[in-house]
Ligand binder design. Structure first.
Ligand code: SF4
Length: 163
């Protein structure tokens, strides 16, 4: 028993990070937004990093049309009365919700308590996201679900490639 406790204490914390911030070209435009300061900070902390792209995990292709939330934002999407629409009007709500649920499942599987997520994304935004085609204050769908589950969510701007 004691050995088990000691072993657990030695295990590294795992944090979830938006995959595009780690250099994976999974954004809607097929590009990434690698964030070097974040990578250095996480390395200095010695944590294990779990890269995750909710939109790809939800079944969307890359590249894909940009999308934004309808008026009431991410909470309404999760509560079943908001939608996520592409700029062309296609309804991608189910994929966004599936990606959020997959992110939460990954966090639970890896005992993740902190997530570092890409600002402005309709999935990953923490302080800002896109609603009705405009950048506004508010969370993305995945961020909202992780926050509801009690995770600490931190927004990251990302590096200079693309936008
Ligand atoms: S912001 Fe989130 S959903 Fe968008 S590409 Fe990055 S990881 Fe994927």
């Amino acid at each position: 028993m004691l050995l088990g406790v000691e072993s657990e204490a030695r295990e590294r914390e795992t944090v979830l990070v938006s995959a595009c911030l780690l250099g994976r070209p999974c954004r809607y435009d097929g590009r990434s937004r690698p964030d070097e300061p974040l990578a250095r900070a996480l390395e200095a902390e010695g944590v294990a990093v779990l890269g995750f792209c909710p939109e790809e995990e939800g079944g969307l292709p890359t590249p894909r049309p940009p999308a934004s939330l309808t008026g009431e934002g991410a909470a309404a999407v999760l509560d079943g009365h908001g939608r996520v629409l592409t700029d062309g009007g296609a309804d991608v709500t189910a994929a966004f919700v599936a990606g959020a649920e997959a992110a939460l499942a990954a966090c639970r599987a890896h005992l993740v308590r902190r997530a570092f997520l890409k600002e402005r994304s309709p999935s990953c935004g923490v302080e800002t996201t896109h609603v009705a085609g405009a950048r506004v204050e508010g969370r993305g769908v995945t961020t909202e679900l992780l926050a509801r589950a009690g995770l600490c969510v931190e927004g990251v701007e990302g590096g200079s490639e693309g936008d």
